[in-house]
Write a protein of this length. Structure first.
Length: 559
């Protein structure tokens, strides 16, 4: 049996309940047709339910304990300073690298966690995490061709409450350009495997969820009609491009539509470091508790990186900002990030037994021999973890008097592999993910405050329930049972007639495949070791770090 081409379309953050409802109602006709002639089910995301973790898992077929991505940032070696995670830092060969090695022609556009771009047998255009004014394609010359046609790897505007229309216009234009570019390259370039991700489907759920959710506290039935239907309108537009891509791909092509996670309402930010401080497990430096020191003075004067960056952006001088950052290099850290105390500077590590950073509720023990200034003896580790886990379950939001924490996981319940030691020691799930922590917001503006509405104006967050839709000559029609995202990687390899490295954590979704295909291409594995990424194009310096950090901040992912 011949191997058919494979088209994969990622709709970042697409929530299963909304896609199911809108497809059934005829709002998303192209997705509905694929569902009718193929399979549809829940693709379960990772823990944390976060884009960098989920996409790295999809790209490699590994659990986070094997690839090492638990957030957009990780602690830098021998330091408490946090650095942005790049594609050349996590482990595991990408699915397009594995396909390339087996002679398959690949095309990859806008997948998050792919900068710097790696060499492939075909082309790759990196996605979320790409700094401005950098080389983001392989081969490098492709970038000049794309930009001559108006392609932008990053959006121009970020969400600001009183400038929502320009933001909506920008993400609409970017979605169309992403679709146009994908269709053109799909038609012009040779390919066996082609993948494109639409990212704005995630971001619009973050900022406009309350407009389509009548139960949300911020829902306003008198809001402008454009806002009330903004999420559905963008998904209709993406559905249009799904139709265009499927048509351009031609007959006898296997189609897979997937998302890295789902979406749902967000109500409160939680400051777990304030709670750890209140409970006596964390201590702060004097200049934070007392408001002294040169950093605090600069913060009070508004001389912060965030304030300066915002001013230059408003003046349309972003390129000047990038040049300044490159000239300053590491000296850029002389300026505080923003008005809140910075994580690594704020904590007195010599008197801190536990601390928190990261999305959704990650807590780390300041373990001796592991952390740079760890003070907790290894023999006290388990007792301290158990104590903190018990106490987390007693947290109550004074706004309603109800418990906040649903469940506390220990890291070994979620992960395995060489990066288990770097994983959060505890993971708190709060109010069904409607309450979250986030990087850059480790502390409240007022000492001891545990909860507040998000600083970012977000009303939507992530959920475990993403989507998986598949149709084509090798796809078995019918409903699909829920499967984890890590299982999709070996499934796609099998659809391309390729065996799977035996280190992968995922298991092929065989019920998705026809009996005839499985008979001629049964799942197979081969012995291999998990390796680092090959040499990649692009560059990374203090300017790139600052640029991506600011971009993730404006998207609500970092503070």
């Amino acid at each position: 049996m011949a191997i058919h081409k494979l088209l994969v379309i990622g709709i970042d953050g697409a929530p299963h309940p909304l896609i199911e409802r809108w497809a059934a109602a005829g709002e998303l006709p192209h997705l509905a047709r694929l569902i009718a002639r193929g399979g549809f089910g829940v693709l379960r995301s990772t823990m944390p339910v976060h884009s960098p973790t989920a996409w790295a898992t999809f790209i490699t077929g590994l659990n986070p304990g094997q690839h090492g991505v638990f957030d957009f940032v990780r602690r830098e070696p021998d330091s408490y300073r946090l650095g942005v995670v790049r594609a050349d830092q996590y482990l595991g060969a990408s699915i397009w690298r594995l396909l390339s090695e087996r002679g398959r022609k690949v095309g990859v556009i806008n997948v998050p966690m792919t900068y710097p771009p790696e060499p492939v047998n075909g082309f790759l255009v990196s996605g979320l995490g790409t700094p401005d004014f950098s080389r983001y394609t392989y081969p490098p010359a492709l970038q000049d061709e794309l930009e001559a046609d108006g392609y932008r790897v990053n959006k121009k505007f970020f969400f600001v409450r009183n400038r929502q229309d320009e933001w909506l216009d920008d993400i609409t234009a970017m979605t169309d350009k992403r679709g146009e570019t994908a269709v053109r390259l799909l038609q012009e370039q040779p390919w066996d495997f082609f993948m494109v991700v639409f990212r704005n489907s995630d971001e619009i759920c973050h900022f406009f969820w309350h407009h389509q959710d009548e139960t949300h506290p911020h829902h306003d039935p008198a809001a402008p009609p454009r806002y009330r239907t903004a999420i559905l309108d963008l998904y209709r537009r993406i559905d249009h491009w799904v139709g265009e891509l499927v048509a351009a791909a031609g007959e006898d092509v296997n189609i897979v539509i997937m998302s890295d996670h789902g979406a749902g309402p967000l109500y409160r930010d939680v400051f777990l470091n304030e709670w750890l401080w209140r409970e006596g497990w964390l201590s702060l430096r004097n200049e934070v508790t007392g408001g002294r020191g040169w950093l605090a003075t600069m913060q009070r004067l508004g001389l912060t990186r965030a304030r300066i960056s915002d001013t230059l952006t408003r003046l349309n001088m972003h390129r000047v900002e990038t040049l300044i950052k490159r000239a300053l290099g590491d000296r850029i850290h002389v300026l505080p990030r923003d008005e809140r105390p910075e994580f690594h500077n704020a904590i007195d590590w010599s008197r801190t037994r536990a601390y928190s950073y990261g999305y959704y509720g990650q807590i780390f023990i300041n373990l001796r021999g592991r952390e740079p200034e760890g003070i907790v003896p290894p023999e006290e580790y388990e007792a301290l973890r158990d104590d903190i886990a018990r106490q987390l379950l007693t947290i109550v939001d004074p706004a309603d008097g109800l418990p906040v924490v649903d469940r506390v996981y220990k890291k070994e319940e979620l992960y395995h592999g060489r990066f288990l030691d770097e994983a959060p020691d505890l993971f708190a799930i709060m109010r069904g993910l409607t309450y979250i922590t986030r990087v850059g917001y480790e502390f409240a503006g007022e000492r001891g405050v545990l909860f507040r509405e998000p600083y970012t104006d977000e009303t939507g967050g992530h959920r475990l329930e993403g989507i998986l839709i598949a149709a084509g000559p090798d796809i078995q029609p019918g409903p699909l049972a829920e499967r984890p995202i890590v299982d999709l990687t070996p499934t796609l390899l099998q659809l391309q007639g390729c065996s799977t490295p035996d280190y992968m954590d995922g298991v092929a979704i065989t019920e998705l495949l026809t009996d005839a295909f499985q008979a001629s291409h049964p799942p197979a594995s081969y012995p291999a070791e998990i390796v680092g990424r090959e040499a990649m194009a692009g560059s990374w310096d203090a300017a790139a770090e600052a640029d991506v950090t600011e971009r993730l901040k404006q998207l609500g992912y970092l503070g």
